[in-house]
Write a protein that binds this ligand. Structure first.
Ligand SMILES: C[S@@+](CC[C@H](N)C(=O)[O-])C[C@H]1O[C@@H](n2cnc3c(N)ncnc32)[C@H](O)[C@@H]1O
Length: 217
């Protein structure tokens, strides 16, 4: 056992280095430029959230990587008062989100260490955020998301059968498409997929696949 320790430590150090590299990218000018480009990204997403909340009745939700609120802007009026939370590494996006949607609670922090108690939310979700995690950090990020949810985990991400790097704005290892629903299930067998579907460009999304997973009681 002892002989394997240095190797394990090296693995976990390189995982953290990659996670930190991408967090810094999103924290700085690269993330600010994304925010500027995507001010109207959420304009047509209301029907999805309205329908989902009506069917599953979640009252407290956390979006991991919420940026300036393309999803959250639709949730505050549907959920319990003080029931909508967002975290992001990009501070400017959160300042703008708080200005436009004052009733949301935000924390500027990273996905791999969520500052919430276990099962604090009915639903924890990501939209276009798991794709931007280094594959080696996915188990940690997903574990944090699953830990903070009492019941539902939702993600909407670019799909591929296997994790596949996609070129992204001149950066290396900054975007990976994958079967994130299956990865959640493989890592956390207590999760079952309640729904899976496509969210198309002409409906205000980025041609992503979404998975709604539920913790088996
Ligand atoms: C592609 S944007 C998606 C924004 C939003 N979810 C939406 O649907 O419009 C990715 C967001 O996740 C944030 N992000 C990326 N990696 C993160 C991490 N490890 N922890 C926290 N936020 C992260 C970025 O700063 C950015 O705001």
């Amino acid at each position: 056992v002892n002989r394997r320790l240095p190797q394990d430590r090296a693995h976990s150090e390189s995982t953290t280095t990659e996670a930190v590299r991408l967090e810094q990218l999103w924290r700085g000018d690269f993330g600010d430029a994304y925010t500027s480009r995507n001010r109207s990204a959420g304009e047509r997403r209301n029907p999805f959230w309205l329908d989902l909340q009506a069917r599953y009745q979640f009252q407290r939700a956390l979006e991991v990587g919420c940026n300036l609120g393309a999803n959250i802007q639709w949730l505050t009026s549907l959920l319990a008062p003080q029931g909508t939370y967002g975290i992001d590494v990009n501070f400017r996006a959160l300042v703008e989100l708080r200005r436009t949607v004052p009733s949301v609670s935000v924390v500027c922090t990273q996905a791999r260490a969520l500052p919430f108690r276990s099962e604090a939310f009915d639903m924890v979700f990501t939209i276009g955020v798991l794709i931007h995690q280094p594959p080696e950090a996915l188990p940690t990020v997903m574990a944090e998301i699953v830990r903070c949810s009492r019941r539902f985990v939702l993600c909407a991400e670019y799909f591929a059968r296997e994790l596949t790097e996609v070129a992204y704005r001149g950066q290396t290892r900054a975007l990976f498409k994958g079967d994130f629903g299956r990865i959640y299930q493989d890592l956390f067998p207590t999760l079952t997929i309640r729904e899976q579907g496509s969210l198309a460009h002409d409906e205000g999304w980025d041609d992503v696949t979404y998975w709604l997973l539920e913790k088996r009681l």
